[in-house]
Write a new protein. Sequence first.
Length: 242
Amino acid sequence: MAGHSKWKNIQKRKNAQDAKKGKVFMKMAKEIFVAAKQGGGDPEMNPSLRLAVDKAKANNMPNDNIDRAIKKATGDLDGANYEEVIYEGYGPGGAAIMVELLTDNKNRAASDVRHAFTKQGGNLGENGCVAFMFDRKGYIVIERATTSVDEDTMLLGAIEAGAEEMETSEDVFEIYTEPENFQDVKEALLGDGYELETAEVTMFPQTYAELSESDFNKMTELIDKLEDLEDVQEVFYNVEIE
């Protein structure tokens, strides 16, 4: 991963979310629902639910919405039953794309995703066709402007907490962990007084595709269309979006 700052892609996704806050809350609620359904409604006993709740709070989702999603999952309130689905395929120029969905209608979800791919010159593939090109990692960003700690001190603290590596730029520290170590590293950094700009478990490409200008424009249009779909939670791709 060294040599490629992920912050630009993360910022692009966060900006898109901020512009569609209501849709973001729905996506967060689905994620909380599935986590609570699978592991119980107590965040202290369910790491996946704790992660989903933390993510929702970081996006300023109201506590009432969070509680309602958990109660629906545990049967205290009536609600739809969501399933996790992952679609994989190739975008313009052969770029790899993974689409994570939570849906109560798999037929609708499949049709919507297939239509988006086809319209922008992409192709859906079989399960596993591009998953091997991505690594699942914990990812934490700390903006330099929020701390006076130097790079060596930051690196030492992160590694001692269980981080795998750290990249730096003029603006941010980017810290990577194995998924199982993410929560420990996050809590250690918060305990040390750091302000976390981003903290999530996500997917990173092992390599990046080089696209022509035409294919790049089609690719960004495809990403936008996929992110706008009702059931789509996350879109991962091996193209750097500046």
